[in-house]
Ligand binder design. Sequence first.
Ligand code: ADP
Length: 289
Amino acid sequence: MPPDTSTPPTDLQAALAESRQEAQDLRAELEETNRGVLALYAELDSQAEQLRQATDLKSRFLAYMSHEFRTPINSIRSITRLLLDRVDGPLTEEQERQVAFIQQNATEFAEMVDDLLDLAKVEAGRVEISPAWFEMVDLFSALRGMFKPVLTNAAVNLVFEEPQDVPKLYTDDRKLSQILRNFIANALKFTPKGEVRVGARFEGDGRVTFSVADTGIGIAPEFHASIFEDFQQVQSPLQKRLRGTGLGLSLSKKLATLLGGSVDLRSEPGKGSVFSVTIPVQLEGAKPE
Ligand code: ADP
């Protein structure tokens, strides 16, 4: 009988075999986890795609609906104007009150439709940004002219400060003007007396801050973040009575983002509010000619 050459496994060999097995188990486990992660990624991808499609559908629906609403609303507004101008004969006092009421509501409706259309366009990524060089003073004087006819409360002053050291801007002045118009219209709406002050400040780091400060009713801290969301309004008696669409600030925030900037709010109930928008002097990514 030949001598038995196979030696019994040493402790080292046993340990090696065991760790090989452990490595194999680990690899199998990792592979399984990997498959799980891949499956999760695929699910997330499909959910993201569904979400994108839903958002797209919502934006398209809003855009179509708002567009379709425009024609009938505008004809209601034109007819009320004709009636109030007595084109079709005299009106009794009560009829005049009622037609004026229809006109006011149709105007609010038209504003809401415009805001919805703008929001839908922003969400669908269909807003064109057209930057150009412009001077702050020109923007302020255009805004001053726009608000002059609607300043009906003699107890409130609308002041445009002389912009100090603000360089020429290269951005979309119409979008910036839309943001400031929203801020100013709100400030005038919620300020029974005192002033609404519009100013601009160069931040020194390539950005400019525009602010609209009012001495109005103010906003409680718990609403500071939510009023920049769609359809959010402050639940206080005065803010409810002066109802608007609740879309202006959310649109302003989205427009500010498109201009590479952000919006901000500081406010104290009973003392007033300061709404501001900070944007780069020169729109990022755009090449000024
Ligand atoms: P809207 O004014 O059409 O309701 P906005 O999105 O512009 O919608 O404003 C949302 C809400 O924020 C307003 O309804 C109001 O309650 C509050 N708000 C906005 N600006 C002011 C302000 N300057 N002072 C007090 N409340 C304000």
